[in-house]
Design a protein around this ligand. Structure first.
Ligand SMILES: Cc1cc2nc3c(=O)[nH]c(=O)nc-3n(C[C@H](O)[C@H](O)[C@H](O)COP(=O)(O)O)c2cc1C
Length: 204
């Protein structure tokens, strides 16, 4: 039996109207939350960039970046973005993110800031899956361990010192977890080595 729209159709008008209003509200909500997510992401990115790049600069770092295309150096298939800090158009420092490090439970992602002279201005963990209470002590929210990179360079820390104290290096141990900090130390050292070879082209 086929249904025919008869004299009852005017009663459907409020229902249809309600459906249209709901659809419009949902679309609007989606649009607004998309904008808010984008704004939040930008704010987080700026916060982390600021944390690792305390060097004074007068340019907008988010608008001055370059991609490392040969990211195989860092053992990753994904691109690494390098934000460039400048004063009066002169190079002041760089922020690399994300730099991958080998952790106990997979890749640890880092933001690494370097001053023009090659000193570390800051390192922060962007993402990780290390074990709570063990490997997660590399994270700035759980301990001050990651601040141990501040001010270090290839000049003031010889090659043999880029390791944990237990391995004969210059970096503090993390109790019960050596794999995560070793991965982070290696990744920061790799970033410095890359910088030493590519500094001039990274600023152009
Ligand atoms: C369940 C479990 C989780 C662990 N999580 C980590 C971790 O997140 N990071 C880490 O470095 N070591 C972790 N370890 C400890 C490592 O297996 C290893 O014993 C430790 O890093 C010391 O390494 P070393 O003997 O080379 O110094 C974990 C061990 C267990 C049993």
């Amino acid at each position: 039996m086929r249904y025919r729209l008869g004299t009852e159709w005017p009663q459907l008008v409020p229902v249809l109207l309600l459906a249209v209003i709901c659809a419009v509200l949902l679309g609007l909500g989606d649009h607004l939350s998309h904008d808010r997510i984008k704004a939040n992401r930008r704010a987080t990115q700026l916060y982390l960039i600021d944390a690792v790049m305390p060097q004074p600069h007068d340019n907008d770092l988010l608008a001055d970046s370059v991609q490392i295309s040969d990211s195989s150096v860092f053992g990753t298939g994904s691109a690494i973005t390098v934000y460039r800090a400048r004063i009066d158009n002169r190079p002041a420092g760089l922020v690399f993110m994300p730099i991958p490090a080998h952790g106990y439970n997979g890749t640890i992602e880092l933001a690494v800031g370097l001053a023009y002279g090659g000193e570390v201005t800051g390192v922060r963990v962007l993402a990780h899956r290390e074990t709570p209470g063990l490997g997660d002590q590399i994270h700035q929210d759980h301990s001050g361990w990651i601040l141990g990179f501040d001010g270090r360079s290839l000049q003031d820390t010889p090659v043999g010192d880029w390791g944990l104290r237990g391995d004969g290096g210059a970096f503090d141990q993390i109790s019960g977890a050596s794999i995560s900090p070793r991965g982070v130390i290696r990744a920061v050292k790799d970033t410095l080595d890359y910088y030493a070879l590519h500094r001039d082209e990274l600023y152009h």
